[in-house]
Design a protein around this ligand. Sequence first.
Ligand code: CMP
Length: 138
Amino acid sequence: MSNRTFTMIKPDATAAGNTGKIIDKIIEAGFSIKAMKWTKLSLADAQKFYEVHAERPFYGELCEYMSSAPIVAAILEKDNAVESFRKLIGATDPTKAEPGTIRAMFATSIAANAVHGSDSDENAAIEGSFFFAGRELA
Ligand code: CMP
């Protein structure tokens, strides 16, 4: 169990003006922000970030979508961060996400599902270091 996870607020949510509301939900849930940036992925960046999904049928659509508009990347801290954050965001498919979760409130489809949350401590560290150097953590 680690106390850090990595998230992205995805293009659908930044474009819809939901960035501030989602950050509020994250802070209200007890996460502290260790690093955060507003940025835009190139197609090559998205392909690299999601290369573990390269064989999946949705990989092309996912990478096009993730590079279509700005995102917010962040490293978050809380006890049991990975599991706790995945509970806060809800199921990947927003039609299956529990009421009150971030995806239930803000996601519009499986692809445009408002936020990313790391699925393991190992991936949280890999994904966080994709966007941030160690010196950028506060
Ligand atoms: P994320 O948590 O960012 O990690 C992988 C992403 O792939 C996932 O959120 C979804 O946005 C996306 N994804 C998963 N399944 C599908 C699917 N069936 N169709 C389109 N995108 C998907």
